[in-house]
Design a protein around this ligand. Structure first.
Ligand code: TYD
Ligand code: MG
Length: 473
């Protein structure tokens, strides 16, 4: 066998170079490039070829579109919030990469999914490369899943894992926790390197495709939120999901970043309890809990995450700035969207925000990407600027155009229905969306542009505190 040339791979993004360099051109990381031996040709597949057969392809049979297909293509876990994100269950033979910060609850979520499937009589295998069998059992005890017939092993050698899995009927679900701990004998690189992660993932993915088992790979996340190891693993898998949450709150959000077999705009909401993750079927109530209704600067947005309406609170603080260039900080929303909104409010509603620091926060650690949230963000900003608290039972929705016009949001009636269900009595929405609202029991206040929104809020301001739009400086 010819000697394989060594290559140099970036340990954070997987880019490959012919020689060492200090900085990765692909991800701009410094000192991330390390020498590795080139990945070998994949074992299996077309099988070993003698020197005589080199360069000659092997003829494989081609098949038609009719004929046997995989039975019951999806395996529902029974955990509704998880099935919502996968698009109705795990697809047979598909591979999901699950990323998330350490300690966020990835192993817990997957153990609960395994337990639920195993209790339904499916063969489920959980391979832990990070924890000993005893540690995994401790978690299972806490989750009251010790009786579930989940097959468990602590193992890191990919060849051994695949041989074990192939022994017996194909499992419905295989969990590998985590892909960074796996190593393959056929890859001449240290465990944990990009080459190893890529090589091991390749072998495991091939196993899933040929056996029809659904495979979940747990992936670590680096401090800037990327799934560690080669980005190529993200391209190799069918779906990438991330499990998010922050230390201060108990709820966790499962979000699909990529999904070949389902939606990417659905979220699953869970709450971490003393005995595992509990589903949160009505997240609006959770995100609005503990809302401070009497103070200026908060507005409720009637949002939509995938097919589910979701009410969230936007909080704004507009305060005189002592800096030459005032601060604009935002958490949970898009920074450039905020800049755009401020520019539109200044140009079309006469607000002067040039001397003010502006902070915007979406309550509960949620991240909102819908353009329809513009009106709620604007209402929170104006409310903070004028010192007028918004009516506590009112929701806002609508997209703000650069011309200042308000554009209707999709699925207005579903949003209003959810708001009415949670006790809201009024809604501010774009005039063009009034018809789509249908017969809503709520009092509807329609506005054509941002000036209507601003004048409506300014009218609420207490006389003493009122700062009108034009003397804002
Ligand atoms: P874990 O699933 O191990 O996280 P990951 O695999 O993402 O690193 O979860 C670890 C955290 O969850 C840990 O801080 C303990 C907490 N936890 C609970 O609060 N309740 C529970 O029932 C379980 C199993 C864990
Ligand atoms: Mg874990």
């Amino acid at each position: 066998m010819a000697k394989r040339a060594n290559s140099f791979a970036c340990q954070s993004c997987g880019a490959v170079y012919g020689r060492w360099q200090g900085r990765c051109d692909a991800c701009s990381g410094w000192n991330t490039i390390a020498e590795e031996s080139a990945p070998p040709p994949l074992p299996g597949g077309s099988g070993p070829r003698g020197p005589a057969g080199r360069g000659k392809g092997r003829v494989f049979p081609l098949e038609g579109l009719s004929g046997a297909s995989m039975d019951a293509p999806r395996i529902a876990s029974g955990i509704a919030e998880l099935d919502r994100v996968t698009g109705g269950g795990f697809v047979r033979g598909s591979v999901i990469l699950l990323g998330g910060d350490p300690g966020i609850g990835k192993s817990t979520l997957l153990m609960q999914a395994c337990g639920a499937l195993a209790q339904n009589g499916r063969r489920v295998v959980y391979i832990s490369g990070e924890e000993a069998v005893g540690q995994v059992r401790l978690r299972a005890e806490r989750l009251k899943l010790t009786a579930a017939p989940v097959e468990l092993a602590a193992e890191t050698n990919v060849e051994d894992v695949i041989a074990t899995l192939s022994n017996g009927p194909a499992p419905a679900l295989v969990v590998i926790d985590s892909i960074q701990t796996m190593w393959s004998e056929s890859v001449e690189a240290a465990p944990g390197t990009v080459t190893q992660v890529r090589g091991s993932a390749q072998l495991l993915i091939r196993y899933a495709k040929t056996s029809g088992a659904a495979l979940i790979l747990v992936g670590h996340v680096t401090k800037d939120g990327q799934i560690a190891g080669p980005r190529v693993v993200e391209h190799m898998v069918d779906a990438v999901a991330s499990f998010e949450g922050d230390g201060a709150h108990h709820f966790r959000i499962l979000r699909a970043v990529k999904n070949r077999f389902g939606p990417t705009d659905e979220i699953g909401v869970f709450e971490m309890t003393g005995s595992g993750l509990a589903e949160v079927p009505n997240p609006s109530a959770l995100f609005l809990a503990g809302r401070d209704t009497g103070s200026p600067g908060t507005a409720v947005f009637a949002g939509m995450e995938g097919t589910r309406p979701l009410l969230v609170e936007f909080q704004a603080l507009v305060a005189p700035s002592s800096l030459g260039t005032p601060r604009r900080a935002v958490v949970g929303w898009d920074q450039s969207r905020l800049s755009m909104l401020i520019a539109v409010l200044e140009a079309h509603a006469g607000l002067k925000l040039g001397q003010y620091d502006v902070y915007l926060n979406v309550a509960g650690g949620l991240r909102i990407v819908e353009p329809a949230a513009d009106a709620a963000a604007a209402a929170a900003l104006v409310s903070s600027l004028t010192g007028a608290p918004l009516p506590p039972d009112r929701v806002y929705l609508g997209e703000v155009a650069l011309t200042g016009a308000l554009r209707p949001a999709a699925q207005t009636s579903a949003r209003l229905k959810e708001a009415a269900k949670l006790g809201f009595g009024a809604a501010f929405l774009p005039r063009a969306g009034i018809e789509a609202a249908g017969s809503s029991p709520m009092a509807l206040d329609a506005g054509g542009d941002v000036a209507d929104l601003v004048s409506g809020i300014a009218a609420l301001a207490p006389r003493s505190k009122r700062r009108t739009a034009s003397d804002g400086g």
